[in-house]
Write a protein that binds this ligand. Structure first.
Ligand SMILES: Cc1cc2nc3c(=O)[nH]c(=O)nc-3n(C[C@H](O)[C@H](O)[C@H](O)COP(=O)(O)OP(=O)(O)OC[C@H]3O[C@@H](n4cnc5c(N)ncnc54)[C@H](O)[C@@H]3O)c2cc1C
Length: 826
C-alpha cells in the first residue's frame, strides 16, 4: 500500500470506480481507490443496470448521454466487457399531462442534440408488443436507452484506471480521517495509513458514515427498492430483437428483458427507507427481504397494461437499498469550509450518471472547476437546513414521486414549513401562496380574498394568472410590497474589504453611500454569481445575491479568502510564512447575514411617497438617487435602504434586523394603505423582470455563460486592476463569445415558455430558452434565451416550441418596458 497519494477515493462502487478512472485518464496516476470489501458490494452489485438520457435538468441529461457513450471507451481501455445492451426505450403516456411532459422532454432533447421522438400508440405497440394499446394515449421513443452489467462496468472502470497507473485496495476498511495542517488527509485503514492530498467520499450506502469521519452530516438516505424477474414469456422468446426498455409512468413501473422473461421494477408510493440513522458495516453483498405486498398495486396496473406479464409468474424478487439526496440528484463537489474533501455520493442512477459524475469531479479536483454546469448536482445547493429529518422527509417524497410529473408551477409539500420569516403569518393571512427555496418559505402570489390560496398545477396558465396580473399592475401604477428574504446578503468588513471585493468581483466596489451591480467570474471567465454591492462606509460593505446559492457562494468566497489578497507587503517579501501571515491579515471579515438581516422591497411610482412617510431623511431624487445606499430609520426601526428594484420601477430595498421584520412590515402597510400598497410575490416579480429583460441567477446566469454573452459586460471593470477571471474575460471579449442572451415575444396561446424549450430558426434548432412567462403590463408572452451571436441581430424567423407546437417568436432588441430605464432613475 502506498503511503502518500494525490487522491484517495473511498468506495469501490460504480461511482468511486468512475472517479478513479477519470482522474487516471486525466493524467493523475498517483491515485488509489480503497474498498472495505469486494468492488460493487454496496448498492452497485444488485442494480438492474438500466440507463437512459431522460432527466429534468438538461445538464444532467447531457451527462447521462456522456455516461452511456463512455462504456465503449472503458471496455477498450480495460479489456473488460460492460455487457452493454442499447435496446432503445419506449415511455408510455396514459394522460394528457404525461403527453405534455413527454413533448417537453422531447423538445429539450432537441437542443441537447439527443435524439428522442414522440410516436403514436400504434407505433409503440409495434415496437413493444407486450403492451395493451387501449390504456395509452401516446409514447416517447428514446434510442439511447438500455442496460449494462453493473459488475462489468465497475470492474471495467477499475481495470482501465489501473492500466493508467491507479491502484485499487480491496478488503481495506477506512476507519477514520484526520486532516493535517497542510490540508492533506490521513486516511486511517485497518491495513495502514495513507496520506492523501485529497480524499473523495464515494461511500455510496455508507457516504454518511464517511462524511461523519470529517464532521459532516450529508443529506442522504437509502430507500429500499424492489424489482422482480418473471418466468419465460412467449412474446419475449419469439421476439427477433432484444425487447425494448419500457417505462409506464402511471403504472410506476419500468421493465426490460432479462433472459427469456422480463425484469420489472417499481417506485411505489409508500417507499420504505433503509438504515435511517446509521448504515451497518456488516452489510455486504446482501439483499433485504422482499415485500411483494408493497408493490402489489403497481404490479396490478402492470398486469393490466402488459397482459403477457401476468401469466409469466415471478422467478425472483430483488429488494436492495440505494441512496438519494433530497431532490434525487447526485451530491458532488467540494464541501464548504473543508479543504481537499470531495463528495461523489447520493447517485441514484449510477449507470446513467456515474460517468458524468466521475468526469465532473475529476475536472473539479484537477482544474478547480467541473468544466461545465453542474449546479443541479452540486452539494452546495444544500445548506445547514438540510438536516437528517429534512432529508428523510424529502427523500421519501422524492421516491414516491419518481414517476409522477412535477409541474413547473408545483411546490412539493414534504418538510414544510421549515424556514420562515417573522412576517410569515402576516403574509399567509393576506392570502400568500408559498413556494420554497433553500428551505425558506416565500410568497409566490396572493390569492384574492374569498378565493382558495392554492394553485392548480399545470403546464398552462394557472388560476394564479389573473391575481399575478393584478399584483403587477399595482406595482407599475401605484406601489407594491415584496418580501426579499430569498435574496442572500453578506457583510464584508475590514481594512482590506475593498481590495478583496475588487479582486473577487468583476466590477469596482462602489464609493461610500453607493451601490453597484457586479458579476462574479471564475478563472475561465464564466459567470458564477451576480451581486449588488453596497458601501456602508468605514470599510463596511453589504453584498446581495441569490439566496439559493448561499452555500455555493460562501464556499467560493471562503476559498478566495484562504487564498488571500495578491497584495504583498513589500516589507514581508522575504519568507513565505511571513507573506502568508500577512495575506491572512489582509483578508476581510466575511459573514452571511441570512438569519440576521431581513427585509421588504417597495416598488412602484408611489414608493418614494411611501418612503417619505416613514423615513426621516430627504428621499427626493437629488438626495437619494438611483443606486444610493444609506443607513437610517423606518419609523423607530434602524434600517439599511438601497435605491434599486428588480421590477424596473422606482423602488427601494429595505433591510432590518430580523427582530424588526414584523414591525417593518406593519409600518409600511400602515403608511401605504391610501397609496394602494399591494403585496406582491415572486410570480409577479418574474413577470416584471421579464418585461425589463433582467436575467436571473440559475436561469439566465449560470457558469456556462460569459459576461459578453449575457449582456453583463458593462458591469466588468477592466481599469481597476487584476480580478479573478480577468484574462479569460479579455479573451472572451476579443472573440465575442459564442452566443447571446436575447428576449423574445412569443405568439403563445394558453401556455407560456417556462425554460428549456428549443429555439428554432429557419427550420433548425439554434438555441434554448432559459425562462419565460406572461408580461402582464405589456400584454405579451415573453421568453429569454440564448441564440448564436450571429443570429442575435435577426428579429424574425424564430419559433419556440411550446408543448410540442412551434410558436412564432419575435426577437426584440430592447426591453419591452421602459427600455431607457427612466423609471428606475427618476
Ligand atoms: C434494486 C436496485 C436496482 C437498481 N437499478 C438501477 C438501474 O437500473 N440503473 C441505475 O443506474 N441504477 C440502479 N440502481 C442504483 C445504483 O445501484 C446506484 O446508483 C449505484 O450503485 C451507486 O453506486 P455508489 O458507488 O455510489 O455506491 P455503492 O455501490 O454503495 O458503493 C459504495 C462503496 O463504498 C464502500 N465503502 C463505504 N465506506 C467505506 C469505507 N469506510 N472504507 C472502504 N470502503 C467503503 C462500500 O463497501 C461500497 O462498495 C439500483 C439500485 C438498487 C438497489
Amino acid at each position: 500500500m502506498k503511503s502518500h497519494v494525490q487522491v484517495a477515493v473511498i468506495g469501490g462502487g460504480v461511482v468511486g470506480a468512475s472517479v478513479l478512472y477519470h482522474l487516471a485518464r486525466a493524467g493523475w496516476s498517483d491515485v488509489v481507490l480503497i474498498e472495505r470489501d469486494e468492488l460493487t458490494c454496496g448498492s452497485t452489485w444488485h442494480a438492474a443496470g438500466g440507463m437512459h438520457t431522460l432527466n429534468g435538468d438538461p445538464n444532467v441529461a447531457k451527462l447521462q448521454e456522456y455516461t452511456i457513450n463512455l462504456y465503449k471507451e472503458i471496455e477498450e481501455a480495460s479489456g473488460q466487457a460492460c455487457g452493454t445492451h442499447i435496446t432503445g426505450g419506449v415511455n408510455l403516456a396514459t394522460t394528457r399531462e404525461r403527453l405534455d411532459f413527454m413533448k417537453l422532454a422531447c423538445a429539450r432533447a432537441r437542443y441537447l442534440g439527443l435524439d428522442m421522438e414522440m410516436i403514436s400508440v400504434d407505433e409503440a405497440a409495434r415496437i413493444f408488443p407486450l403492451m395493451d394499446k387501449k390504456h395509452f394515449l401516446g409514447a416517447l421513443y428514446n434510442p439511447l436507452e438500455g442496460h449494462v452489467d453493473p459488475n462489468g462496468v465497475t470492474n471495467a472502470y477499475a481495470k482501465a484506471a489501473r492500466n493508467k497507473g491507479a491502484e485499487v485496495y480491496r478488503f481495506t476498511h477506512v476507519k477514520a480521517l484526520t486532516q493535517r495542517t497542510d490540508g492533506s488527509w490521513d486516511v486511517i485503514t485497518e491495513k495502514g495509513n495513507i496520506n492523501a492530498q485529497h480524499v473523495v467520499n464515494a461511500g455510496g450506502l455508507w457516504a454518511r458514515e464517511v462524511g461523519r469521519m470529517a464532521g459532516l452530516e450529508l443529506p442522504i438516505l437509502a430507500m429500499q427498492h424492489q424489482y422482480l424477474i418473471t418466468g419465460e414469456i412467449p412474446e419475449v422468446v419469439a421476439s427477433e430483437k432484444e425487447v425494448l426498455h419500457c417505462i409506464d409512468f402511471e403504472g410506476e413501473i419500468y421493465m426490460r428483458q432479462e433472459g427469456r422473461g422480463m425484469l420489472i421494477g417499481t417506485y411505489e408510493k409508500r417507499g420504505v427507507p433503509w438504515a435511517e440513522r446509521d448504515t451497518p458495516w456488516n452489510f455486504t453483498h446482501e439483499l433485504l427481504p422482499p415485500d411483494l405486498d408493497r408493490i402489489a398495486p403497481s404490479l396490478e396496473v402492470g398486469f393490466q397494461h402488459f397482459p403477457p406479464l401476468e401469466a409469466a409468474g415471478i422467478k425472483r424478487v430483488v429488494n436492495g437499498p440505494f441512496t438519494f439526496a433530497p431532490d434525487g440528484n447526485p451530491l458532488i463537489g467540494p464541501i464548504r469550509g473543508l479543504s481537499n474533501y470531495w463528495v461523489a455520493c447520493g447517485v441514484m442512477a449510477g449507470f446513467s450518471q456515474g460517468g458524468g459524475v466521475g468526469l465532473a469531479l475529476s475536472n473539479w479536483i484537477i482544474d478547480g472547476d467541473p468544466g461545465f454546469d453542474v449546479w443541479a448536482m452540486d452539494v452546495g445547493r444544500f445548506g445547514d437546513w438540510a438536516t437528517m429529518a429534512y432529508t428523510n422527509a424529502k427523500v421519501r417524497e422524492n421516491y414516491s414521486r419518481r414517476f409522477r410529473i412535477r409541474f413547473p408551477n408545483e411546490e412539493l409539500p414534504a418538510a414544510r414549513p421549515l424556514r420562515t420569516t417573522p412576517a410569515y403569518d402576516r403574509l399567509k393571512a393576506k392570502g400568500a401562496v408559498f413556494g420554497v427555496a433553500y428551505g425558506l418559505e416565500y410568497p409566490l402570489w396572493y390569492a384574492p380574498p374569498g378565493t382558495p390560496a392554492v394553485e392548480d398545477v399545470t403546464y398552462r396558465r394557472s388560476n394564479a394568472h389573473a391575481p399575478v396580473g393584478a399584483e403587477c399592475r399595482a406595482v407599475r401604477n401605484d406601489v407594491g410590497l415584496l418580501e426579499i428574504a430569498t435574496f442572500s446578503r453578506y457583510s464584508v468588513e475590514g481594512a482590506d474589504a475593498e481590495g478583496w471585493l475588487s479582486r473577487v468581483l468583476a466590477n469596482k466596489p462602489p464609493r461610500p453611500g453607493r451601490m453597484t451591480l457586479s458579476p462574479m467570474l471564475n478563472d475561465r471567465g464564466k459567470l458564477i454569481g451576480d451581486f449588488t454591492v453596497a458601501n456602508a462606509g468605514n470599510d463596511r460593505y453589504f453584498v446581495f445575491g441569490s439566496g439559493i446559492a448561499e452555500t455555493y457562494h460562501m464556499r467560493w468566497f471562503e476559498k478566495q479568502q484562504s487564498l488571500g489578497s495578491d497584495t504583498v507587503d513589500p516589507g514581508s517579501a522575504g519568507r513565505e510564512d511571513d507573506r502568508r501571515a500577512h495575506r491572512r491579515s489582509l483578508t476581510p471579515s466575511l459573514k452571511s447575514l441570512r438569519t440576521e438581516l431581513l427585509g421588504f422591497a417597495i416598488a412602484g411610482p408611489k414608493s418614494r411617497e411611501l418612503l417619505s412617510r416613514v423615513c426621516p431623511d430627504d428621499v427626493s431624487n437629488d438626495a437619494f438617487p438611483f443606486l444610493a445606499f444609506r443607513e437610517t430609520h423606518i419609523g423607530m426601526i434602524p434600517a439599511k435602504i438601497g435605491r434599486i428594484s428588480f421590477t424596473g420601477e422606482l423602488g427601494y430595498e429595505i433591510w432590518v434586523g430580523a427582530d424588526y421584520h414584523l414591525a417593518l412590515h406593519d409600518a409600511l402597510i400602515a403608511a401605504g394603505a391610501d397609496l394602494g400598497l399591494t403585496h406582491f410575490g415572486s410570480r409577479a416579480l418574474n413577470s416584471l423582470r421579464l418585461e425589463k429583460s433582467f436575467g436571473n441567477w440559475a436561469r439566465e446566469y449560470r457558469p456556462i455563460y460569459s459576461p459578453v454573452e449575457t449582456g453583463l459586460e458593462r458591469f466588468v471593470n477592466m481599469s481597476k486592476g487584476d480580478f479573478v477571471g480577468r484574462d479569460a474575460f479579455q479573451r472572451d471579449k476579443e472573440s465575442g463569445g459564442v452566443r447571446r442572451l436575447v428576449t423574445f415575444v412569443v405568439d403563445a396561446k394558453e401556455a407560456d415558455a417556462i425554460g428549456d424549450e428549443p429555439v428554432w430558426h429557419d427550420g433548425k434548432v439554434v438555441g434554448w430558452i432559459t425562462s419565460g412567462g406572461y408580461g402582464h403590463c405589456v400584454g405579451k408572452s415573453i421568453a429569454l434565451g440564448y441564440v448564436p451571436k450571429d443570429l442575435a441581430g435577426a428579429t424574425s424567423g424564430f419559433e419556440i416550441e411550446l408543448l410540442g407546437e412551434r410558436r412564432e417568436a419575435t426577437l426584440t432588441r430592447q426591453a419591452l418596458y421602459d427600455p431607457a430605464g427612466m423609471k428606475l432613475r427618476t
